[in-house]
Ligand binder design. Sequence first.
Ligand code: MEV
Length: 433
Amino acid sequence: MQNTISGFSKLSKTKKIDWLLNTCFDNNDTAKKVVTQYWNSDEKLQKLHDEFIENTITNFYLPLGVAPNFLVNENLYTIPMAIEESSVVAAASKAAKFWFERGGFKAEVISTTKIGQVHFTFSGSKTDLQSYFKTIKPQLISDAYHITKNMNRRGGGILDIELRDKTEELDNYYQLHATFETLDAMGANFINSCLEQFAETFKAHAKTHKVTNVNIVMSILSNYVPQCLVRAEVRCKITDLKDKDIPDPITFAENFKQAVSIAEVEPHRAVTHNKGIMNGIDAVVLATGNDFRAVEAGVHAYAAKDGKYSSLTHCNIDNDIFCFWLEIPLAVGTVGGLTSLHPLVKFALQMLGNPSAKDLMKIVAVAGLAQNFAALKSLTTSGIQQGHMKMHLMNILNQFKANDEEKKALITYFKTNTVTHSAVVEAIEKLRS
Ligand code: MEV
């Protein structure tokens, strides 16, 4: 059993590491080496990273890869992807190339409204509450002016505030349900600051309007943003789907559509199907300094919007035209947060031509669609393991500390042999004996 420690966050980084090594690693030198070898030699840069969160002891690397040849609305992008899963970037690149040769991706932002709520309880007269809300609404907005003035100047801000009666669902429960336009910012801090101001104003004047016992429970943005929507699509003639892996495009298109239909009706499959989409989405969201947990939560809620968890992509074959699309809610920003702080985020955004939030929504959606296309293409033709294990080969070789020469020999060998964990182990042993 460990002893608890108080005041840990106030210790210096060295002291924190000493405590950790002593408490969890028996002062083991290897553990110390692991922690310190990931420090950046540039002290200023390391300090920047240390200060992103509390109790930082070192950095945790993820590979940053790039997937070139993404044609989106006639613009060519190289997409940055931060992800650990071996086959994701390769799959994205393959899908990009495939669709580049067939007209590229089309993407459009359908809407950009974000939501925040002040949740409160009230047990008095509904009519008094409604009439108080009507009176106080302009002041809710004007009292928040010190927060909204810059956003207003740029064309965003508070769109509306509604009083919502939720008492049918939970006794005495009401909301101030507010909508916002946050332009190029993801807007979490902006929205939360506005909401806390609404709550203060709402509470402060309630009594003088005969509305007693308003109890503010919490004020927080919603990560469910079904009115902040983007759609990405690919389409081509079925016959144009033909390539070296697709000798029979008609059968391919039918099977592909069937695979999407299965994900539409079967939640077990839908979760894995959507997980593959999120492989692409999260990787770009992370590389561009956005909050992938917020995106994940909102996207999965959207997948269940009709009361049953379902596919985020859809496929249609009409008049010999194959059409495959994705529609998702996506609250991302290209200003604020990490975007101007993290050097690699700045680098990733520059790689994308410093996009607006709307353009980033399109790029992220395209990455998700491409990933799903690549997965379904493999799943409905060769199966997923062939490509996946080829990419995973390097991980296995590294596990066995293969040197460059061994890697070269084994990569050549596995070009024509099936990669399985045991086959690789066997091949390494044979090579070494
Ligand atoms: C693996 O990370 C993702 C897939 O399972 C997605 C899918 O099944 O569609 C390949």
